[in-house]
Structures are given as structure tokens and as C-alpha cells.
Design a protein around this ligand. Structure first.
Ligand code: A3P
Length: 291
């Protein structure tokens, strides 16, 4: 059961958890022996936690703020877990990719390559409060054909609190890295911290990556504001992995970009039940979000 792979109509299952259809059985096998390099940068997130945003920041830091918008966001880092319908899979492309590699992944910690724990590659984990993640994910499901469709927010809410959504449980995913947040090669940040002080975050990430930026911090932060990313989003997201077109008219990728926008989606009863579940999920780990 733990490593069982099942193909369903609307998604794939592995170990009883849902994954997008682009995550095939071969991926889970490939990850077991995938070679991690000392100079890799791994951006790890649960979906909708602010991946694209941090990807943009890291991209401009690696580029020293020069490049602009020549390549689409989805090409800035490769997700090893996604397998395009045609051509080589990302994990194969990554084997050949020049160093330093910039890799993004939504895979839960226990399914990442074991070598990631050898404390060499740099790991940036972005966490976001579960309620905003749930709402953001609900809207994302409207535009992504590789993941299940939900008829209503209520239906999605139920799936989320029962950990029956893609990439599994938000809590397991987040706690995995929360519990490792003091390791030297791990930088654990939150969406809220990014919101609060974007320039501060740019300089913190640059320091973590040992890249000195001098005067570019402000310029990079400016490229990564919600407004500027929203303006550039249609150009940046022509499609996902060349696999399918995304109809952003239904729900744009760069959508609201707020902390606490769950408040206009959750009913009081949904919020109460969520808080109850949340307590069970996080136990005495100390993981709390104040929004
Ligand atoms: P919302 O749906 O709440 O607006 P991911 O990239 O992991 O899929 O996360 C997507 C979320 O990050 C979306 O949240 C999106 O709007 C938000 N986001 C993207 N760029 C952002 C930015 N520059 N500032 C703030 N939020 C941003």
C-alpha cells in the first residue's frame, strides 16, 4: 500500500495519496536514485504556497537582476516530478543539466531523492498558511486539466481537510521541513514573511545562496512585486510544460496574492472544523501561522 501506484481517471495515486497525471510511476522510482549535486538549489513547496513567486526571486538573484522576462516562469526551474507527454522527462533533462541546477518540487519530503539529506545542496522551503493554500488551490483546480475537477468549494474543502488532494497532506508536507528548519542547508520561510518585506527576503535568499548583490536588491524586489508579476503573468504562463494550454480567464495564476484572503471564502463552520483539524495535524510541533 505504501508504494502502490494507481492510475485513476482524474489523477494518479501513490501510497494512497493523489498526484497530478503528469507525475507517473517512473518518477517515484527515478527519485530513489536521483543524484543530488552539492551546488543544486532546490525550491520546495506544497502547491500554492508561493512557488512561482520565490522562483522569480531566485531566478533574478542567479541572474544578478539583469535578464528580465526572456523565458517563461515555468522554464525558470524544472520540476523533476513532471513528465511531459512527449520528449524526455524532466528528471532525465536534469541529469544532463549544467550546474548549478535550479530545481523546484512539490514532492513531499519522504519522496524526494534520499541524497537531498546529505546536507550539501541548498534547500529553500516556502510555507503558507493552510487556509490560504486551500483557497488558492481550489481556484487553481479550475484551470489545470492534469488534476481533479471539483464541483464546488464545499467539495474541495472536504477533500482538503481529509488530506485527499494532490501532493497529499499540507501538514505532513510542511511539518517535514519545519522539523528540519535549523539545518544549515535549509532555509524555511513563509509567504507572509515574503509579503511583509520583499526586499529583505531578496537579500536573505541571496545571502543563503552565497551570492553578493550589492545594489540589485531593490530592482529585483521590484520585478517580483505582485503588480509586476501579475502584469507579466500572461506572457510567463503560455502553457504548463508545453503539455496543455492554461485558460487563465477562469482564474489567473497570479490571482489575489494576499495573506488572509481565506476569510472571504470559509464559512464560520468550515473555519471551526478546520481549526480543530489543524490542531490535530500540527500537534506540539509549534508550527503556527498568524493569518
Ligand atoms: P492566491 O491564489 O492566493 O492569489 P504557487 O506559485 O505556489 O502556485 O502559488 C500561487 C499563489 O502565489 C497565488 O496565491 C498567487 O497569486 C501568489 N503569488 C504569485 N506571485 C505573487 C507575488 N508576486 N506576490 C504575492 N503573491 C503572489
Amino acid at each position: 500500500e505504501h508504494t502502490k501506484f494507481v492510475k485513476a481517471e482524474d489523477c494518479n495515486y501513490y501510497g494512497g495519496r493523489r498526484y497530478p497525471k503528469l507525475v507517473t510511476e517512473a518518477v517515484f522510482d527515478a527519485m530513489k536514485t536521483f543524484e543530488v549535486r552539492d551546488d543544486d538549489i532546490w525550491l520546495l513547496t506544497y502547491p500554492k504556497a508561493g512557488t512561482t513567486w520565490m522562483m522569480e526571486i531566485i531566478h533574478h538573484i542567479l541572474d544578478h537582476g539583469i535578464e528580465g522576462y526572456k523565458i517563461s516562469t515555468t522554464d525558470r526551474a524544472l520540476y523533476p516530478e513532471y513528465v511531459k507527454p512527449r520528449g524526455p522527462s524532466n528528471y532525465e533533462l536534469l541529469k544532463e543539466a549544467p550546474s548549478p541546477r535550479f530545481i523546484a518540487s512539490h514532492l513531499p519530503g519522504h519522496l524526494l531523492p534520499p541524497q537531498i539529506h546529505e546536507h550539501r545542496a541548498k534547500i529553500i522551503y516556502v510555507a503558507r498558511n493552510a487556509k490560504d493554500v486551500a483557497v488558492s488551490m481550489y481556484y487553481h483546480h479550475k484551470v489545470d486539466p492534469m488534476i481533479p475537477k471539483y464541483q464546488s468549494w464545499e467539495e474541495f474543502y472536504d477533500a482538503f481537510i481529509n488530506n485527499d488532494v494532490i501532493f497529499g497532506s499540507w501538514a505532513d508536507h510542511t511539518l517535514y521541513w519545519w522539523n528540519r528548519r535549523f539545518e544549515d542547508n535549509v532555509m524555511f520561510v513563509t509567504y507572509k514573511q515574503m509579503k511583509k518585506d520583499l526586499a529583505g527576503m531578496v537579500s536573505q535568499v541571496a545571502r543563503f545562496l552565497d551570492i553578493s548583490l550589492e545594489n540589485q536588491i531593490k530592482g529585483i524586489a521590484d520585478k517580483c512585486t505582485f503588480q509586476n508579476m501579475k502584469k507579466n503573468a500572461p506572457r510567463q504562463h503560455p502553457n504548463i510544460l508545453g503539455a496543455f494550454k492554461v485558460d487563465q480567464s477562469q482564474s489567473p495564476f497570479v490571482r489575489k496574492g494576499k495573506v488572509g484572503s481565506w476569510k472571504s471564502q470559509f464559512t464560520v463552520a468550515q473555519n471551526d472544523l478546520f481549526d480543530e483539524r489543524y490542531k490535530e495535524w500540527i500537534g506540539d510541533s509549534g508550527l503556527t501561522f498568524t493569518a
